[in-house]
Design a protein around this ligand. Structure first.
Ligand code: ZN
Length: 151
């Protein structure tokens, strides 16, 4: 027997992200950007770093080659918050499955081009996520400097 769980949008953020697939400047995006900015980092917003790849990252650090994607819990199938929709369950499950496939492909394409991809769930603490992003960007910059002096 197929057991269905009732739909439970466990937070306002999750419910909001169900309403718009690719809403720009959502609350979690703004919170993360503000936190990263407060750590002294500058970045491009909603940019497409690889000309041949039609994928837009939420934050792009061009020199460090770091791209940050903020994934909505519902749309990207967060293990903590993704709940099966009560109506059209198959339709939504298929949509989320395709999103996840696309995410994996994006990660692969970026990695092949020498980029580091950071994925942040919208439910994650923006300050902690921002620190993770900052650490990653700084270590990439340090690596690049190391390569330059080694040459
Ligand atoms: Zn979540």
């Amino acid at each position: 027997m197929n057991v269905e769980r009732p739909t439970r949008a466990s937070s306002v953020g999750v419910r909001k992200s169900m309403q718009s697939n690719k809403g720009r400047d959502t609350k979690p995006e703004l919170a993360l950007r503000r936190a990263v900015h407060a750590l002294g980092l500058r970045y491009r917003v909603s940019a497409r770093p690889l000309p041949k790849v039609r994928r837009t990252a939420d934050m792009v650090f061009t020199k460090a080659k770091v791209a940050v994607f903020l994934d909505g819990c519902f749309w990207h199938g967060c293990p903590e918050h993704h709940t099966k929709a009560a109506t059209n369950a198959d339709y939504w499950a298929e949509k989320v499955r395709r999103n996840r496939e696309r995410d994996a492909e994006t990660d692969r394409l970026f990695a092949e081009a020498g980029w580091t991809v950071i994925r942040v769930w919208e439910h994650q603490n923006p300050l902690e996520s921002a620190r993770h992003v900052a650490d990653c960007v700084r270590s990439r910059r340090a690596d690049q400097l190391g390569q330059r002096t080694a040459r």
